[in-house]
Design a protein around this ligand. Sequence first.
Ligand code: 13P
Length: 341
Amino acid sequence: MSNELAQIAARMVAPGKGLLAADESSGTIEKRFKNVGVECTEESRREYREMLFTAPDLEKYISGVILFDETIRQTASDGTPIPELLAAKGIIPGIKVDKGLVDLPFFPSERFTQGLDGLGGRLDEYHRLGARFAKWRAVIAIGEGIPTSQCLRANAEALARYAGLCQVHGLVPIVEPEVLMDGAHDIETCRRATEATLHEVFDALGRYRIGFKHMILKPNMVLSGTDCPRQASPDEVADMTLTSLRRTVPVAVPGIAFLSGGQSDTAATANLNAINAKAQAMKTPWTLTFSFSRALQASPMALWRGRAENETAARQSLIQRARLNGAAAQGKYDPGMEQAA
Ligand code: 13P
């Protein structure tokens, strides 16, 4: 089993490839559809996602797709179950298994991720449906007096218990502690919060006997807060991000797949590229790639607008972003490639 998990993890972060996060909850995708004037129904969500997953050449740049519970049970228009459709292209199906965020009592503005009850049984079912990796997202906010140690610890413990269940039930856990970019804080504040978060997470993973070789870390990049008057350059983002990772992430972890977190698609790609360019010079031990939702889907969704006649353009823009991020995952991206494409 552990050999199999190591192989899945290695495939997830194969050179020049990353993950497509398509696991938006029904509420989240409804907001995104609304922005582009699309009615959100089970069928429109299915159609949209089928369009993405059947984009020609997706498998060249995308190693795995994170699905939502609804999608892993759906079939493509020709009747093929979605996980089977992905697997046939050599793309590993994955599944979001947390049940979202709740307020942490007595800790204003801090939240906790739920979903551990009955998780083992759900993982068995997802495995039968074809999933080979899972994702659990914890959210850490930056603000006056936060994050607190209680919030960090509560979320880290849940991530560790989730990761252990995944490894026992045959799925590679994506461990996702997201430090949000919302706020006017500077990049140094984000670095401190990210380091504190990752320290707490890897401490919990170690105490719960998680196999570091059989997991993928999905962290935020270290960024200036959205409302910070001075926005850090890709070079600074790369420095700060790698500093945080080198101080906290064990060498045995095979790969790190960043979330985009609300950055524009081109900013996320430029930052991923800068991180990889520096990481190569430093000879960091992990593969550093992407696991983006918004930074891969913003442009195809805006082009699609729910119309069949826009599908080709939407698919082309997904492939362009996937290809450019695949290049960035190897430090081979140049902003000039945006124009050329
Ligand atoms: P973003 O890339 O839009 O941050 O989403 C990644 C994700 O999977 C959030 O859990």
